[in-house]
Design a protein around this ligand. Structure first.
Ligand SMILES: [Zn+2]
Length: 230
């Protein structure tokens, strides 16, 4: 049996980044000296590609904010989230201006990750949910709403994910004693780009946070999971 330590952040959301919280997380993670660092996705906000209601957003700023987070956090893995996936799907848009813009961004993001030697999990799909290390799935996350933590544990087993913007641990009543942890987000809740959620009680549950712990590389022992709320 051998243990490896990990640290994860997620949902940095491009220009919405809460710089003081991110700097505090980096400092704490530096002290932890984890073997494995994973960015759980939504490093890009892709507001301009929001299908329900496109937001006026500087796409160049979105990419440069992403680049800064990658260069400073130096993850081993980056996983596309549902926001990132807007660009990846945008490549196939029937609107050729949008398709062109999306293609430029996808190529630039790929260059940034390659230059920083980051393994990139491009697909945001539930049957290829993320990266499995030992007996833990590290993923962006798929289900949303009040039951989301339970659903991730029941569907995938041990899961470390982002997506919900809340910071919580949940022990499922499953035979394999699955545990799910959602590690908050790293955005600024007061940012104008969050206006879509400003009147929702959900916003009050969002936390700047990161996760860390250890997993058994042979997948025998249950993983350690810790949350740090900033
Ligand atoms: Zn998010």
């Amino acid at each position: 049996m051998s243990w490896r330590t990990y640290a994860v952040i997620g949902c940095t959301h491009g220009r919405l980044l809460n710089e003081p919280a991110f700097a505090a997380a980096l400092k704490r993670i530096e002290d932890l000296k984890p073997n494995m660092r994973i960015h759980l996705g939504d490093g890009l906000n892709a507001g301009a590609f929001y299908s329900k209601k496109p937001e006026p957003e500087d796409m160049e700023l979105d990419v440069r904010s992403f680049e800064s987070v990658i260069e400073r956090f130096r993850p081993h893995f980056y996983l596309n989230g549902n926001h990132c996936d807007r660009y990846w799907r945008g490549v196939y848009s029937a609107d050729s201006v949008k398709a062109y813009a999306a293609k430029q961004i996808v190529e630039e993001v790929s260059r940034i990750l390659k230059r920083n030697r980051v393994s990139h999990h491009r697909e945001y799909r539930i049957d290829k949910p993320g990266v499995r290390l030992g007996n833990v799935w590290f993923m962006h996350g798929f289900m949303y709403g009040a039951q989301a933590l339970q659903q991730h544990a029941a569907t995938f087993g041990n899961t470390v994910f982002a997506h919900l913007h809340t910071a919580s641990l949940f022990s499922a009543k499953t035979f394999d004693r699955a545990t799910a942890m959602t590690v908050g987000w790293m955005g600024d809740p007061g940012h104008e780009g969050v206006n879509y959620a400003k009147s929702s009680p959900q916003l009050l549950g969002w936390r700047n946070a990161f996760g860390w712990g250890a997993y058994d590389t042979e997948g025998v022992k249950q993983p350690e999971m810790n949350l740090v709320i900033l």
